[in-house]
Design a protein around this ligand. Sequence first.
Ligand code: FES
Length: 108
Amino acid sequence: MSAQRACGVAELEQDTPLRVELDGVPMAIVKDSDGEIHAIGDTCTHGDISLSEGFVEGKMLECWAHGSAFSLCTGKPLNLPAYEPVPVYAVEIDGDDVLIDPTVTKEV
Ligand code: FES
């Protein structure tokens, strides 16, 4: 498996998560306030909630349900109630496209 197109760079609004599914793997793609693009697993590890419906603050994506914030860089929860990390995917930019391989998570 190799990286595939997840979305266009222009589709991403700063601090507004975009939910995509690649080969059945849900992920939240976020362009942060530094213009850096991140992709993390979309499902909160505390409950079956889509993190892309949450709020971005700096390098964190906060679950709207109970307030756990996940690092966009490491996938780790920064506060309870979630205590398990979400996966983090490597992002490649190819021209106007955001490419992600859903089978490869970053070692963080
Ligand atoms: S479901 Fe996300 S913090 Fe509870």
